[in-house]
Structures are given as C-alpha cells and as structure tokens.
Design a protein around this ligand. Structure first.
Ligand code: ADP
Length: 482
C-alpha cells in the first residue's frame, strides 16, 4: 500500500498567535524523491526578535496560571496530536523520510512528553527546611525560568520539539522554537494543534528560517531569553554555549554521541541481535543514540556476525511511505557522502565489508544496510558519528578491553551491553561513561526516564522529573520576625 503525504496543516511560521508569511521562502523537499512538498517562510533575525517580544509579553499571564489550568490545555494538545497521528506521521515521512511505521511511533512518543509534563507540572514542589534561628522559617518555591528558546534537529521532527515545548509550557515558561530547515512542516503542524488546543498567543512561537546562525545569534544575545535548549551537533552546541555566556543563560544541550554496544560471550544471542538491529538501524541509523561502535567478544563473534547479517538481510529499503519500508532515505546528499567516506576510510585501513557497503538504487539518498568488521580505533568510523545504516564491528577479548575501548571517546550519551551475567552487567553499566545505559535493550527512551549525556554529549536531562527542573528556578524565601 502506498501512503500519500497529506498536508492539512499551515505552511507559515507562528509569532504571537499569528500565522506569518514572508516574501522570501525556502523549499521543503521529500528526501525519497527530491520533490518539493511545500515552501515555508525564510524569516529574518528581526522576526526572531518579534517572536521573543511575543514570548516575553505572554510570559507573566502564562506563568501565573495554576499548573492545573495549564495542564488542561496541554492535555487537549496531546489529545489533538493523538487524533491526528496519521496525518502527522505522513507529513513527517514526507519531509524526513523515515518509514511510516516509525513515524507513527514517533507521534506517540512525541505526544507522550506532553501528557507526562502536563501532569508533572503540578508537582513542581519546593521544600520547607528546618530553621537554624528561632525567629525565622525557611521555604523554597519553584518558579518558571522565563522565556525559553529551542533549536531542534531533523531526525525526530516532532519528538525533539514536544520534549522541550511540553516541558517548558508545563513549567509555566513561554518559548520560541527554531526547527531544522529540513523538517519545519512537522513543527508548524504541532504549533497549529497547540493553537487549536488553546495555547495562548505568544506562548509557543515557531520561526522557520534558512538562517540558523542569524536566528541563533538573536536568541542567545537577548537577555530576556533565560534558557536555551538545543539538540543537534556538538559543533553547533559549542557555538551556542559560547554565545550564551554573555547573558549567562541556563542551557540544555543534547549533542552528538558515539555509542558503544558491547556483546559479551555470555549474552543471549537473539537478544543481542534484536537489540543491535533496533539500536543501529532505526531511522536508517540517524539518531544520536544509535550504536556507533559494536564491540563483540571473540567467543561469540562469528555467531553474532552471522546472525546480524541474517537479520539485516530482512530489512526493506524503500521510500518511507511504503508500508513495508524499514529503511528509508538519508536526509540529504551530505549524509550519503559522509557514510561513503567513512566506509572508504575504514576499508583503506583494513576493514571488511560483510554486507551492503553501497548506495541503493531506490534513489539518490538511499544506502544499503551495511555490516563492516575489522574496525579499529585508528579509523574515522570509530570516532565520528556515522548517522547512516552502517553497523561497524570491533572484536575484543576481555571485559577490561571492552570498557577501555567504549570509554575512549569525548562523547558520553548512550551505551549498551548484552550479557546474561548480572554481576558483569552491573559492573560494566557502572564503568561506562554515558548518561544512559541499556542492559539487554537496544531502545529505551521514553517520557518517564531522563535522557541526556555526559562529557561532550551535553548538559542537562530531558523527560522525567529531571526534565521539569531544567525549566524551573528554585527561590529560597526566608520568613523572619516570627
Ligand atoms: P545536524 O547536523 O543534525 O543538522 P546541526 O547542529 O547542524 O545538526 O543542526 C541542528 C539545528 O541547529 C538545526 O535547527 C540547525 O538549523 C541549527 N543550527 C545550525 N547552525 C546553527 C547556528 N550557528 N546557530 C543556531 N542554530 C544553528
């Protein structure tokens, strides 16, 4: 069955509750076909400034609303998103390329953050602190931090927005979002449903632009923006971190990863293969938590590679709108070039292509699921994010060696290990330098657990109780003269 993209949603930006067009536009392309889906406004830095003005104006009333009242609106937003699952999924697949089944899954996953934070916002508790002086009492209260800015990537066009906006709005903040120029339509669709749900003008603004750096400069320079939340490359994260220094903004940065996935001799082979498939090939390998380095112990190595080949052989490369597709196109030509160059570097240093290794003839942006063995830490593929459907496999002998290789990276986002030995699983999970560790699981993110990295993978956590705190300030009140 072929599913056609339908776009019942606007193609304009949203500032202060108004749909905004501009004489200058840019095209959003379907990566599966290269065809244009829509034109969206290419807004200027002045427009970003207007969006901040709107968010600042809307902040006092939104912050003053009881969390319970904000939750009613957020719950309506959640319900509308769920009701529109099919049209949102089709839109996402059209502009991002992922298989339609994954797009539907992302709508549910993305919506879950709104449902969760609508409730969690009611639990922004402070403390009473036993006094040190008889005439005083001590309490803390939590207050929304203020106007926030979010800059988001293209790989999860809905979830990377709801994870930030759902939380910010629940906390009582207002927000200006700049979605990726590759996938602005999903962001606009979310904003439309937010308006329909009753989110007041100025509380949630969307700036579509090709000028990410120009928009980023305005967002970071403005003192009224008290928090910046960014998901994207470490390189751009560093720029935004630097730019935020002058106004001492609070930051959440979800940056690149280089996830190790370790398969020990005592792993359950089926579990390890299923976990590797899910971690590696989801979204055609284009997630920051995808297994980037698969480390397999010598005793299980041959069996694991053979089983992984068998499982990867069942993947269906096809445009995401085709119901059977499990591997869609990569996002753009640069992504294809990067995968090709990492593979040719690896092969030139002695790696062996076990499967795939070449573009797929469905179109310019499709790449065959690939398995490559003989990877060493001398190869670029071991240190750079692949962001494509390429499983790169190291061989190791001892637990200590696996931990050393796994931690030999400036990144620390996700890590995975497969072992049936509880002591080993616990020991290695503790030793891995990562913000998240999956034990016998290849995919684990959801709204109730904290997502985020250590080292150069970023700052802060999204989702869970920790996520709400990122949008709140703690105020200590000392009540004297008692
Ligand atoms: P990716 O390589 O995954 O696209 P990027 O870090 O380049 O990751 O992009 C993530 C987001 O950051 C996108 O919305 C992009 O437009 C935006 N962006 C890129 N460069 C800058 C910048 N200098 N300032 C602000 N935003 C930027």
């Amino acid at each position: 069955m072929n599913i056609k993209p339908s776009t019942p949603f606007p193609t304009a930006a949203l500032i202060d509750g108004q749909w905004v067009n501009s004489p200058k536009t840019f095209a959003v392309l379907d990566p599966a076909t290269g065809e244009k889906i829509a034109d969206v406004p290419d807004l200027t830095p002045e427009d970003t400034k207007r969006a901040i003005d709107a968010a600042a104006k809307a902040f006092p009333a939104w912050a003053a609303k009881p969390a319970k009242d904000r939750a009613v609106i957020l719950r309506r937003w959640f319900d509308l998103i769920i009701a529109e699952t099919e049209s949102l999924a089709q839109l996402m697949t059209a502009e991002q390329g992922k298989p339609i089944a994954e797009a539907r899954g992302e709508v549910a996953y993305g919506a879950s953050f709104i449902e969760w934070f609508a409730e969690e916002g009611k639990r922004a508790y402070g403390h009473t602190i036993p006094t040190t002086v008889a005439s005083r009492r001590y309490v803390t209260i939590k207050q929304p931090i203020g106007v926030c800015a979010a800059i988001t990537p293209w790989n999860f066009p809905i979830a990377m927005i709801t994870r930030k906006v759902g939380c910010a709005l629940a906390a009582g903040c207002t927000i200006v979002v700049k979605p990726s120029e590759e996938t602005p339509l999903s962001a606009i669709a979310l904003a439309k449903l937010a308006v329909d749900a009753g989110v007041p003008a100025g509380v949630f603004n969307v700036i579509t632009t090709l000028d990410g750096p120009g928009c980023g400069k305005v967002l970071t320079a403005d003192d009224r923006v008290r928090k910046l939340t960014f998901t994207g490359s470490t390189e751009v994260g560093r720029i935004l971190y630097r730019q935020s220094a002058d106004t001492i903004k609070k930051l959440t940065l979800e940056l690149g990863g280089n996830a190790p996935l370790i398969v020990f001799d005592d792993a359950d082979l089926q579990q390890a293969v299923a976990g590797t498939m899910a971690s590696k090939f989801r979204n055609a390998g284009q997630t920051c938590v995808c297994a980037n380095r698969i480390l397999v112990q010598a005793g299980i190595f041959d069996k694991f590679v053979a089983s992984l080949k068998e499982a990867a052989g069942k993947l269906v490369v096809a445009p995401g709108r085709e119901a059977t597709s499990t591997i869609g196109p990569l996002i753009n030509g640069d992504a294809i070039e990067k995968v090709k160059s990492l593979l040719s570097d690896a092969v030139s240093h002695g790696a062996k292509i076990e499967m795939g290794g070449k573009p797929d003839d469905h179109g310019a942006l499709f790449f065959s699921p690939t398995i490559v063995t003989g990877i060493t830490d001398k190869m670029a593929i071991a240190t750079e994010e692949i962001f494509g459907p390429v499983a790169s496999i190291f061989r190791f002998e001892t637990e200590a060696e696996a931990i050393r290789i796994a931690n030999d990276t400036p990144f620390g986002l996700a890590a995975y290990l497969f072992s049936q030995n509880l002591s080993r699983a616990w020991r290695v999970a503790e030793a891995l330098e990562a913000g998240m560790v999956g034990v016998n699981e290849g995919v684990f993110s959801n709204e109730v657990v904290p997502f985020g990295g250590i080292k150069q993978s970023g700052l802060g956590r999204e989702g869970a109780q920790e996520g709400l705190d990122e949008y709140l300030e703690t105020k200590f009140i000392c009540l004297g003269g008692i």
